[in-house]
Design a protein around this ligand. Structure first.
Ligand code: NDP
Length: 396
């Protein structure tokens, strides 16, 4: 039915390629391209369908446009890094090709992520008659769809949302990140932020901590962070008064992070070292375990979901929608740990929604702007089953 170009062959790219290959009725032809072609070839060798592989530097919009022109895909699935979002969006605009990603744009020299740069493409995409779907991973992604689903079926008004993200897995390394270390450390070392009564409230990094009881995992120390889906959900959920994002971190992880920060290894400005300009955080990435390699020893589960409070038929209502994913089961299926899996599966489903015409529009969209029902059905079908807990609150 359709041809896709996947850009990025890291932990998430591996899952996306393998999950797309499992649905040949939709993903009839797959091209996998990345900066290091050998990584694409390795993934292709693990798939029992022919996959075309290519090398591309996606920082270069011209190079990506030439690759698109050569293969003429119906959709570009961007699972490279957030720095590549804008050049890949430019290449899609030039070639009039639909676009999807899992993380919003970040300028390399400032640790800051906002939708403004990508939303600014809306009119040009609309005029070109093409569609961009932003943030089709788990969080952002599935969490946005959970919110749309709660709004559609369970609430007249949602007053508060707490997105809670727990990784209760153990990979056996003293310190490792579950997705690209550079992007991950930039995200968690910046100031925390949440939205209340119409304004953003900023807090020092990791300064608000709460013990949260996660379904199928139990209580875990969780920290208030800024996360990108807050920005779009504030726009699209009716009657919202407060929205926050929480993520679990273990003591050992936080101690390592503190030391790395204190000695300057998380800096993103260039430093001179023996005649070279190096960025400490990029050097740190080079010596940390590759997140794609963690799956071999990973045990335990992720438990991620959204807690809602609001009103239905004039009465107060609380509930949670969540998914639990097992690291070892993901590894058995696609050779990846659960963080790559929970990102790659929704990227495939988002692409499927677009290619089947279930989610259509001309312009730039966030996940919660579409009907959540078909996406929720596909989560159950393709490996991320979800559940609802009525009456569940952040406190218990
Ligand atoms: P990895 O670092 O494992 O992989 C990134 C891939 O992108 C690598 O193959 C890398 O190539 C490639 N790449 C980097 N720069 C370029 C470039 N200029 N041109 C072409 N390819 C390039 O990251 P992950 O797979 O862990 O994460 C992928 C994306 O998923 C990130 O944007 C991340 O933020 C996002 N994500 C989203 C989540 C969500 O829930 N929404 C959760 C987790 C991740 P090379 O191998 O040569 O370095």
């Amino acid at each position: 039915m359709a041809k896709v170009l996947i850009i990025g062959a890291g932990g998430v790219g591996n899952v996306v390629a393998k999950k797309c290959a499992q649905v040949p009725a939709v993903f009839e032809e797959i091209v996998l391209a990345s900066r290091t072609k050998e990584k694409c070839d390795k993934i292709a060798s693990e798939i029992d369908r022919p996959i075309t592989t290519e090398r591309v530097d996606a920082d270069n919009a011209g190079q990506t446009a030439a690759l698109i022109a050569q293969h003429r895909p119906d959709l570009v699935l961007n699972v490279a890094l957030p720095y590549q979002d804008l050049p890949i969006m430019d290449a899609c605009l030039e070639t009039k090709t639909d676009y999807l990603d899992t993380a919003n744009y970040e300028p390399p020299d400032v640790a800051k992520f906002e939708y403004q740069w990508q939303w600014a493409y809306h009119d040009r995409y609309a005029k070109a008659g093409i569609m961009a779907l932003l943030g089709s991973g788990f969080d952002p992604g599935v969490t946005n769809v959970f919110c749309a689903y709660a709004q559609k079926h369970y609430f007249d008004e949602i007053h508060t949302i707490d997105i809670v993200d727990c990784n209760a897995g153990e990979h056996g390394h003293p310190f490792a990140t579950n997705f690209n270390p550079e992007i991950n450390i930039r995200e968690i070392t910046q100031k925390g932020r949440y939205w209340e009564d119409g304004q953003w409230v900023e807090i020092e990094p990791m300064s608000v901590r709460k013990e949260i009881d996660y379904p199928e995992v139990g209580p875990r120390a969780s920290y208030l962070l800024y996360h990108e889906e807050l920005e779009s959900l504030v726009k699209h959920i009716r009657g919202l008064r407060r929205i926050r994002f929480w993520m679990t971190f273990g003591e050992e992880y936080l101690t390592h992070l503190r030391v790395l920060q204190n000695v300057g290894m998380t800096r993103i400005d260039p430093v001179e070292y023996e005649g070279h300009r190096i960025i400490p955080l990029q050097f740190l990435k080079a010596v940390l375990p590759d997140p794609g390699s963690l799956g071999v020893t990973y045990q335990g589960k992720t438990s991620i979901g959204c807690l809602f409070e609001g009103v239905r038929d004039g009465r107060a209502k609380q509930m949670m929608i969540y998914n639990v994913c097992d690291h070892a089961a993901c590894f058995r299926e696609v050779g990846a740990q659960a963080v790559s899996y929970t990102t790659g599966v929704p990227a495939m489903i988002g692409a499927k929604m677009m290619l089947e015409g279930t989610w259509r529009g001309a312009g730039v969209f966030n996940m919660e702007q579409f009907d959540p029902d078909p996406f929720m059905e596909d989560l159950n079908r393709y490996g991320l089953p979800w559940r609802i807990l009525e009456g569940k609150t952040l406190e218990g």
